[in-house]
Design a protein around this ligand. Structure first.
Ligand SMILES: [Zn+2]
Length: 260
């Protein structure tokens, strides 16, 4: 009798444990699944904290709700890095002005300067994909384009544990293969609205003051400014950010831009 009673109470205890365990696992499923996904699809946008989006017609950065958020914003971007002579200077100037930017990087530069990739990420700036080899992707086969994008995704992921969400195809060369490959890599294509033409200057012939003025003259609400990781651009940045602030512009944090 005693043995039976003991067996019975052990069985009850076991059932209780099983019941608690199954509840716990159900609860954790419930918690881990919908929080991000369902609330995002319910409201379509702002629940994840993003307050800006890209206007597909004009390529400008616009507030999702113009009543709530500033329209006089500009997006700063720096292509072709990282560059040991330039990246840190750009980061310091951005920090001084509490500005954020996207650094669109290429494969060989990432491989050569992993510590800079890490630094850009750790300083709260966004890293974007600019293809591995900086080639005209519209000339490539679909497989090649997927690889050009995917290899950068992996390299950045390996260093920062964060995969890029934006790609700027080199030369803004976009066709069906590029669009599909971007989709397969979970990348959103982003273009430009202002070309700084900093790439026309050279080590021998450059003028940071003129460069900053040229960009400042073209500023408009939601501007997406193409710059490069070049020494004269890094120098022009301090002047540009001061001028932009004087004109009443603030710098949009790319993490605040909603993606599709
Ligand atoms: Zn480029």
């Amino acid at each position: 009798m005693k043995v039976r009673k003991r067996l019975y109470s052990m069985l009850v205890a076991l059932l209780a444990i099983l019941l608690v365990a199954s509840c716990a696992s159900k609860t954790s499923n419930v918690e881990s699944l919908p929080s991000g996904t369902s609330s995002g699809s319910n409201t379509g946008s702002t629940s994840n904290g993003q307050s800006y989006k890209i206007d597909k017609q004009t390529n400008t950065i616009v507030p999702i709700d113009p009543q709530k958020h500033e329209t006089n914003v500009v997006l700063l971007t720096f292509d072709d890095g990282p560059n040991p002579e330039v990246s840190t200077k750009i980061l310091n100037t951005l920090d001084k002005h509490k500005a954020k930017a996207i650094f669109f990087m290429n494969g060989p530069q990432i491989e050569k300067n992993p510590e800079l990739v890490k630094l850009v990420h750790e300083r709260g700036q966004m890293i974007g994909n600019h293809s591995w080899d900086h080639i005209d992707l519209s000339e490539e086969s679909k497989d090649s384009v997927v690889k050009q994008m995917g290899d950068v995704q992996k390299a950045v992921m390996d260093i920062t544990e964060t995969a890029p969400i934006f790609i700027r195809p080199p030369y803004l060369s976009i066709n069906e293969n590029v669009t599909q490959a971007a989709e397969e890599n979970n990348l959103n294509i982003i273009t430009i609205t202002i070309d700084s033409r900093d790439w026309e200057m050279s080590a021998e012939k450059n003028d940071p003051e003129e460069l900053a003025q040229r960009i400042a003259d073209q500023l408009h609400p939601g501007a997406n400014i193409l710059m490069h990781e070049l020494p004269w651009t890094a120098e022009a940045l301090e002047i540009l950010l001061t001028k932009a602030t004087e004109k009443g512009y603030s710098f949009v944090d790319p993490m605040n831009i909603q993606i599709d």
